[in-house]
Each structure stands twice: as structure tokens, then as C-alpha cells.
Design a protein around this ligand. Structure first.
Ligand code: UD1
Ligand code: UDP
Length: 394
């Protein structure tokens, strides 16, 4: 029996770890899976824990309004010293690139506990973009013993850094496991704002922004472009679930507050959110996870950033890197609203990120690593696209 401690702290980590925690729990004879949350996010994390019925064994409750990177790192590190020290697991699992991820990997290392890194190997090669995520994932990779790379590109990134090839498994991204389990064409919105929108006659732009490097002027530029778009196209509605960061909220309210056909709403539960994505016309975002989900649902994505660590969807043509200048955001959005051919080319459903079996592969890799299985998992190969996604998003 292997004791596994999964550690996470924010909304996206929870969404992407949930399928893995569920899969580990399906095999209680092999795995004793414990869960520790730092709660770097509070409400946004709790939404996901509720949906997937995950009850953490430890909750460090570290979130503070307007928290700094120093505060997150110190609080998480101190709390995790106690948790990992008490549990003494065989493996600590961390996800992606948040400050919780890095602190958990470091805490495990200090206590000489092996680390498995889920969603390993994503890179922009720009230290400050995204900030601090690019460095968080580098630092986590240095500490990790097992690397679960979602794609072959991510594996190559790790190999280039000298990571032992025998410790890397190409698994697909667990976000597609979560997505496939959640999108439902018959889904009905409870939220009155979302329920009253006529998704056939209106073109809904789904917007999210939260990146630290976009706080302030870059976000203002993005919102100014959106304001102009809404004025130009009477059939466009903006749905913007606003991140709870007060620094985001202030600028959103200033530029977009009170505008007709602009719905500024609270962060949505994962289920209504992905079902909204399935019905929208276009996604504008600086999120990482949305760049993986929207292509699977056949939705074009304009990425409001200068770099991306997810080149696969850019290569497939469904994701375009736009940056944050008002002119560029306006130009690219108008192109997709005015030019049906351009829209169709970007709206082709592709899924380079997963096939819904990432969690199973990761479990098999853990078994293999600890000598509980004689063979590693078959690597994830994109191209065998699950047709279900296309059906789901109609
Ligand atoms: C964090 C991660 C980022 C990830 C993002 C996902 C770091 C440094 N940043 O960024 O990598 O992409 O989560 O969303 O790890 N807040 C609430 N309630 C919540 C969540 C946040 O009130 O449930 C507010 C708090 O005031 C908090 C602030 O938002 O201080 C910022 O949260 P923080 O986790 O520091 O940064 P994010 O931008 O959310
Ligand atoms: N998401 C959600 N509700 C929202 C906005 C996003 O459930 O209102 C989900 C989304 O489907 C994706 C994840 O949150 O799985 C992305 O989180 P975020 O953009 O905060 O972080 P990132 O992916 O950039 O780290």
C-alpha cells in the first residue's frame, strides 16, 4: 500500500487534481490517498472541492486579501512542514506552477519525500512571463522525481533540461478528464443572467483575466477594447466571471461597470463555467487552463498575453496569442466577429491535450515507479481525438 499525499491550493490545481484523486481512491487496496490544501484560494477552491466531493484531510487556510508571493510561500511552507512531517507519505503529488506547487515540492524535498509533478514540462522560456509561474514550474521540476508531462512537447522541454528520460511519462492533461466528465449538452443554467441569454441569436464573448503581470494597465487596455467591441456589435454580449482578486475587480468595475450587454458576474462553479464555454462564440483570456479546454469544445481563444506555454493549440490554429494592447485585442476580436471564414478556421475542435485517460496513466506510472506494475502506461498520443467532445459542445 502506497501512501500518497496530494497537495494543492488554487482553483485550477483542484480541477486538474480531482480526476487523479478520484482514480487513486478507486484502488484503495493499492493507494492510501490523503489530501492537503493550502487554500491559497478560498471561495474559488471550495467551489471545486464541493463539486468533486473532495474532503481534504488538512486545510492550511492561508489565503489573505491581496496576498504577496512571500506570504503565500512562507505560510504554505510552514504549514506543509507539519503536514508532510506527520503523514510521512511515500510520494507527494503537486500540480502545475502555482506558488503552492513550488512550496509543496520544496517542503517535500526538505523532508526527503519523493515528489510527483503533474502537468510537468510546460515552458515559455521567459522568466517573467507568466510571473511567477514560469519559475515555479522550473523549480518544481528540479525537485521532482516523477514528471507527468501532458504532451510530447512538454517531455522534450524536460529532456532539454537534462531530466532523466526514465522519470518522464507522457500522460495527457487531467483537465480533459475533468472536462469530459462535466460538459453536458442538456445542461441548464441556474444563474438567471446565464439562463436568459439566447445563445443562438447572441454572440457571447467569454472573458477571464487574472495574471499578475497583466494587473493594472494591461488589464485596462483589454477592457477598453471590450468596451469598444460591445459598442460596435449590438448582437454581442460579454460574460465576464470576475476573479476575486481586488486588484482585478477595481479596474474591471472602472472600465466595464454598468455597460449594457456586459455581465460582470462572480467566478462560476466549474460545471456552469465549462457549459457556458460550450455555448459561447469566442473566449478571451489570460488563463492557462482555458487554452486547453476551449479548443476541445471547438471555441476560438484569443490569449491576452505575450507568451504561452501551450503551443500545441496555437499550432493547431484554435488559439491565437494577441497580447494586451487595446488595438491588438480590438483588431483580433473584430476579425473573428466579421470574417466567417477566419472564425471557422479557428473553431475546428481539436484536442492536443488529452483523451480523458490522463489520471489512469498517472496511476499506472506511479505503480510502475514503485515496482507494483511490470509495465509503464502507454503514452498519450494526440490525434486519436475523442469525437465525444464535438457532440458535447453542440
Ligand atoms: C493564483 C496563482 C496562479 C494561478 C491562479 C489561478 C500564484 C502566485 N498564482 O493566482 O498561478 O493561475 O491562482 O486562478 O500561485 N482571492 C479571493 N478568493 C479566492 C481566490 C483569490 O478573495 O478564492 C483574492 C485574494 O484577495 C487573494 C487574491 O485574490 O489575495 C490573489 O490570489 P492569489 O492566489 O495570490 O493569485 P491569483 O491571481 O489567484
Ligand atoms: N473556471 C471556473 N470558473 C470560472 C473561471 C474559470 O471554474 O469562473 C475554471 C476553468 O474551466 C479552468 C480553470 O478554472 O479549468 C482555470 O483557472 P484560472 O484561469 O483561474 O487559472 P489558470 O488556468 O490560468 O492557472
Amino acid at each position: 500500500m502506497l501512501k500518497i499525499l496530494a497537495v494543492f491550493g488554487t482553483r485550477p490545481e483542484a480541477i486538474k487534481m480531482a480526476p487523479l484523486i478520484k482514480e487513486l481512491a478507486r484502488h484503495p487496496e493499492e493507494f492510501d490517498c490523503r489530501v492537503a490544501v493550502t487554500a491559497q484560494h478560498r471561495e474559488m477552491l471550495d467551489q471545486v472541492l464541493r463539486l468533486f466531493a473532495i474532503r481534504p484531510h488538512y486545510d492550511l487556510d492561508i489565503m489573505r486579501p491581496g496576498q504577496t508571493l512571500f506570504q503565500i510561500t512562507c505560510r504554505a511552507l510552514e504549514g506543509l512542514e507539519r503536514v508532510i512531517g506527520a503523514e510521512k507519505p511515500d510520494l507527494v503529488l503537486v500540480h502545475g506552477d502555482t506558488t503552492t506547487t513550488f512550496a509543496a515540492a520544496l517542503a517535500a524535498f526538505y523532508l526527503r519525500v519523493p515528489v510527483g509533478h503533474v502537468e510537468a514540462g510546460l515552458r515559455t522560456r521567459n522568466k517573467y512571463s507568466p510571473f511567477p509561474e514560469e519559475m515555479n514550474r522550473h523549480l518544481t521540476a528540479v525537485v521532482a522525481d516523477l514528471h507527468f508531462a501532458p504532451t510530447a512537447t512538454a517531455r522534450e522541454n524536460l529532456l532539454r533540461e537534462g531530466v532523466d528520460p526514465g522519470s518522464i511519462y507522457v500522460t495527457g492533461n487531467t483537465v480533459i478528464d475533468a472536462l469530459l466528465a462535466t460538459v453536458d449538452p442538456a445542461y441548464r443554467f441556474e444563474d438567471p443572467v446565464l439562463a436568459q441569454i439566447d445563445y443562438k441569436r447572441r454572440r457571447v464573448l467569454l472573458v477571464t483575466t487574472h495574471r499578475r503581470e497583466n494587473l493594472g494597465d494591461p488589464m485596462r487596455e483589454i477592457y477598453l477594447a471590450l468596451r469598444e467591441v460591445v459598442g460596435l456589435y449590438p448582437d454581442v454580449e460579454v460574460v465576464f466571471p470576475v476573479h476575486r482578486n481586488p486588484a482585478v475587480r477595481q479596474v474591471v468595475e472602472e472600465v466595464l461597470g454598468g455597460l449594457p450587454r456586459v455581465h460582470l458576474i462572480e467566478p462560476l462553479e466549474y460545471q456552469p463555467f465549462v457549459n457556458l464555454m460550450g455555448r459561447c462564440y469566442l473566449v478571451l483570456t489570460d488563463s492557462g487552463g482555458l487554452q486547453e479546454e476551449a479548443p476541445a469544445l471547438g471555441k476560438p481563444v484569443l490569449v491576452l498575453r505575450d507568451t504561452t506555454e501551450r503551443p500545441e493549440a496555437v499550432e493547431a490554429g484554435t488559439v491565437r496569442l494577441v497580447g494586451t494592447s487595446r488595438e491588438a485585442v480590438l483588431y483580433e476580436t473584430r476579425r473573428l466577429l466579421d470574417d466567417p471564414l477566419c472564425y471557422r478556421q479557428m473553431a475546428e475542435a481539436v484536442n492536443p491535450y488529452g483523451d480523458g485517460r490522463a489520471a489512469r496513466r498517472i496511476c499506472q506510472a506511479i505503480r510502475y515507479h514503485f515496482g507494483l506494475a511490470s509495465a509503464p502506461p502507454e503514452p498519450f498520443v494526440p490525434g486519436k481525438i475523442c469525437r465525444r467532445e464535438k457532440i458535447l459542445c453542440r
